[in-house]
Design a protein around this ligand. Sequence first.
Ligand code: FAD
Length: 468
Amino acid sequence: MATETASVATATDDERLKNSVHGLVIAPDDEGYDEARSIWNGAIDRRPAWIVRCTGVADVIAAVRFARERDLLVAVRSGGHGVGGHALCDGGLVIDLSPMKGIHVDPQARTARAEAGVLWGELDRETQVFGLATVGGIVSHTGVSGLTLGGGIGWLMRKYGATVDNLLSVDLVTANGELVTASDDHNRDLFWGVRGGGGNFGIVTSFEYRLHPVGPIVLAGPIFHHLRDAPEVLRFYREFAAAAPDELTTIVELELAPPLPFLPEEVHGEPIVMVGACYAGAPEDGAEVVRPLKEFGSPIVDRLEPKPYLALQSMFDPLVPHGWHRYWKSVELPPLTDGAIDTLIDGTSRITSPRSYTIILQLGGALGRVPEDASAFSQRDATHNLVINAVWTEDDPEGERHTAWARDFFDALQPHARDRVYVNFLGDEGPDRVRQAYGTAKYDRLVELKRAYDPTNFFRLNQNIQPD
Ligand SMILES: Cc1cc2nc3c(=O)[nH]c(=O)nc-3n(C[C@H](O)[C@H](O)[C@H](O)COP(=O)(O)OP(=O)(O)OC[C@H]3O[C@@H](n4cnc5c(N)ncnc54)[C@H](O)[C@@H]3O)c2cc1C
């Protein structure tokens, strides 16, 4: 009897929801349901009761009110790259912003407004027409939404700060279903919180960014060395990175050489270390800066050369396709000690899957000079972010072994790491790790803000700030 009542109510609700939004509402029996509930991390398999593919602010407001009235669990999805899978829920309602693709660039004012479903490659394409860009992520199919709300780091960060340092305003739908603007002039407290505090305070429907002259040609790209040379390469890198100007951002990757056409076939599958760099300035000025990096040791291949900024921004795309299974462990590293270098090399030599890798992003520069209390983003004094990525395909039965590799590697790094982590590199790891991302003082301030804007924790499928 109870089941019957529930199914009658659901049928009515289904119609009500479909009538209240303009975008597609997809339920489990509908065509396209499996595609609509798939996100970047193929290991996430959840079955929402409804997925609302919002076409604009009105749909977002309608979906929030619908869920609120029925006390439904709500997930918010934009680019779908969150590795922990918070963009999906079992039962409940997914508010899917991915159809919201509007972009408007004002080349005179050097600003851009992007709707919540825009991906970095899409925004870069529009801004690069005018030789402009804001600080984005390093993969073109990551969403601007989740990345910005967690802080945002990428190739331009040491010159222009984090993505949130270039955020001018957001439009946001609150847990009550009201649209507000947050900026330096409106709802300043909320603006402080959305710049790093994730989706805890509402659903951002659009972002306004400051742009900078970038490219269209930049001096950038990777240099690959054998892992056997890594002790010298990483010691050299440590000194080189420490002395780098703000224009230069570097990234290190340790992995088994992927079968990319520009890597010689005989190294495919062999352990390698990659040092990548991007000079955010005139390529001719950067040549002298990167010369020591290019001249060091005996690289397998050197692809650090002038290239379109758009090519740089999609350089990693083939290595991170949608659908593979992933498990991440991330931590902040101080300047690399000899012990850290040895552990990195040892961990890489134990890789269990040809698709797994470890990435280390260099922070500092302009990003590090913004005061810690300027926003919720909490990486001002960080030197490096490291992410150990265990990656395998659906038909590989050894997922457990690959995740164990990541966990063991992470544990081995602990003596060399800081007790902090970048919130956007967290999986679904529980409240202690979220607190670790912000530190106690900032976390407490975020709790106050959460109590003001979302006291019932309506938005809780995220790196959650718990109101009580
Ligand atoms: C391949 C890859 C590369 C990456 N590279 C970088 C990088 O270079 N720099 C970097 O800083 N990070 C990077 N990240 C991490 C990335 O910032 C986070 O995974 C981020 O959450 C992705 O945002 P999304 O919109 O694509 O994901 P989603 O999974 O759609 O969103 C993640 C979460 O953010 C919240 N959310 C999303 N949109 C909204 C919204 N509009 N309003 C309110 N809340 C919202 C929700 O809680 C949601 O669960 C990368 C991740 C991947 C998988």
